[in-house]
Design a protein around this ligand. Structure first.
Ligand code: DX5
Ligand code: ZN
Length: 223
């Protein structure tokens, strides 16, 4: 199953409620929420209070992507705000297992992410403990950057590893994904597709989402 996750980072922040209903009507299943602290990444976006304020607007799956240092400090807040999935960065914390445990204790799906400079092998010890890995296909911090194609090799490597070990794993790609290149990601084994500027920047988000889904389904991962 392919899931499309528009990133709110590219929405019109002065009108979040209508932006969210627009992409829900356009056929998205997830809402990707990029939390940035100005420290782990050189940008500040929004935090738990904004997520909690928009929670009543929609039933979309809240896919919270934490780009913050030592996320363990805030898991409780994001759980309370209504996150359905919390993904944190391997590079952002001293003890990833502690973060995984904190997320699981809240009965929230858990994801772990790596930036383009981090080798995929470093995720292997955690794969059986998480529901999802998020492979950054741009350097995290900003929307609207171009996809780094070599990051997709990590997707293929992890998909093959998960298959060989019988692990059920969602693989999410994030950064620079558009209708024209989404097939490269799904062919490599990704099944959760984040797109910010491609969807929120379009006057026809429905046709972008449908186009992405069609391209993804036409180019599935094959072992
Ligand atoms: C980047 C964020 C992404 C970003 C994607 O740090 O994690 O989710 O918003 O935006 P696009 O699709 O425009 O690259
Ligand atoms: Zn993101």
């Amino acid at each position: 199953m392919i899931y499309i996750a528009p990133s709110l980072l590219s929405a019109d922040f002065s009108n979040l409620e209508s932006e969210i209903s627009k992409i829900a009507q356009a056929g998205a299943q997830y809402l990707h929420l990029d939390v940035m602290d100005g420290d782990f990444v050189p940008n500040i976006s929004f935090g738990a209070p904004v997520i909690s304020a928009i929670r009543p607007c929609t039933n979309l799956v809240f896919d919270v992507h934490l780009m913050i240092r030592e996320p363990i400090r805030y898991i409780k807040d994001f759980a309370k705000a209504g996150a359905d999935i919390i993904t944190f960065h391997l590079e952002s914390c001293q003890d990833p297992r502690k973060v995984i445990r904190a997320i699981r204790e809240k009965e929230i799906r858990c994801g772990i992410s790596i930036s383009p400079g981090t080798p995929a092998e470093l995720l292997l010890p955690y794969l059986s403990e998480v529901d999802m890995v998020l492979i950054m296909t741009v350097v995290p911090g900003f929307g609207g950057q171009a996809l780094i194609p070599s990051c997709l090799e990590k997707v293929r490597f992890l998909r093959q590893y998960a298959d060989r070990h019988g692990l059920r794993l969602d693989i999410e790609v994030d950064g620079g994904i558009k209708e024209e290149n989404v097939a490269l990601a799904t062919e490599a084994g990704a099944n959760v597709i984040v797109a910010g500027s491609a969807i929120f920047g379009s006057r026809k988000p429905r046709s972008v989402i449908e186009g992405m889904r069609k391209a993804a389904e036409a180019h599935p991962y094959r072992r």
